[in-house]
Design a protein. Structure first.
Length: 290
């Protein structure tokens, strides 16, 4: 699942994925006192898990394992194999635990396949998707969250600058991951889910579906009954932002009772990201790096 935090205009379509390029040091971007980079230590990962706990449990009422609830950390087995993208506010006095205001969890295909696979595979049947693209490298985005006071355009820009720079650095060809609607009743999101199903479903080589035993239909309304303007307004900001990049949505939703969400799978081939997005962040991921 992922907190819905993205709400900015980005883009549709280009024909080639940009070539891999180095970034400046280990900092992917800076805007004012904020910077985005990967976690450098177990201590910083622990701090990111504490931020996730504050958002997912205290704000969104997720239910974690007894140990995680006792420790007040959102933690699972995937944390050990993922890279943890951070947004840090250097203007905050104190230790790093106090300075981390946002995070994303990143998992490259080669790392996933050498360990426990992808987190999304617990909800969606992604193996056929990977098998149809043996020449491509995928990365999974997950556990995205930002503290309430920092849910601003510049924080989101830095998170995407970090994702973009990381994908270029590691030669990734596509991103995917779960994105969430609040609550566990898909019917409450009938218009938005139907809009996604009818307009941006994955097709052909990019087709992917929810696991059969978890599958919940998204085509809850015929397209002629869907008011496009209203449907767009009902989309969580993160999903709306992904669509502006050129993302597709897999077939079927999944109920995540632990996180109190209805999940869909976002699939974003990097070749689908438009030149305008690339020029905004820099073809070499360097616009905000220094």
């Amino acid at each position: 699942m992922a907190i819905e935090l993205l709400n900015r205009e980005v883009i549709p379509e280009t024909n080639q994925a940009p070539a891999s390029a180095p970034v400046s040091g280990d900092v992917f971007g800076r805007i004012g006192t904020l910077e985005t980079r990967l976690a450098r230590s177990e201590r910083e990962i622990d701090a990111a898990q504490a931020v996730r706990y504050r958002v997912f449990v205290e704000e969104m009422h997720a239910t974690l394992s007894p140990d995680a609830m006792r420790r007040r950390r959102d933690v699972d087995a995937f944390d050990a194999i993922c890279d943890h993208l951070l947004v840090v506010d250097n203007a905050i006095e104190g230790d790093i635990e106090d300075q981390i205001v946002g995070t994303y969890r990143l998992l490259r295909q080669e790392v996933a396949l050498a360990n426990n696979g992808f987190y999304s595979a617990s909800e969606f049947d992604i193996e056929p998707l990977l098998a149809r693209h043996p020449d491509k490298q995928f990365m999974e985005l997950g556990r995205s969250c930002v503290l309430p006071d920092y849910r601003t355009k510049r924080t989101v820009e830095l998170l995407w600058q970090g994702n973009w720079a990381y994908s270029l650095k590691h030669g990734m060809n596509a991103m995917f991951g779960c994105a969430s609607f609040p609550g566990v009743s898909p019917e409450e999101h009938a218009m938005a889910l139907s809009f996604l199903h009818h307009t941006v479903s994955t097709k052909g080589d990019w087709a992917v579906s929810a696991l059969p035993e978890l599958y919940r239909p998204m085509d809850l309304m015929p397209m002629e009954d869907v008011n496009t303007r209203k449907a767009l307004s009902l989309l969580p900001p993160l999903i709306k932002g992904y669509l502006r990049l050129g993302a597709m949505v897999g077939d079927g939703a999944v109920i995540d009772h632990a996180f109190n969400t209805t999940d869909v799978l976002i699939v974003l081939p990097i070749a689908s990201i438009s030149d305008r997005y690339i020029s905004h962040f820099g073809a070499d991921a360097g616009r905000f790096a220094s």
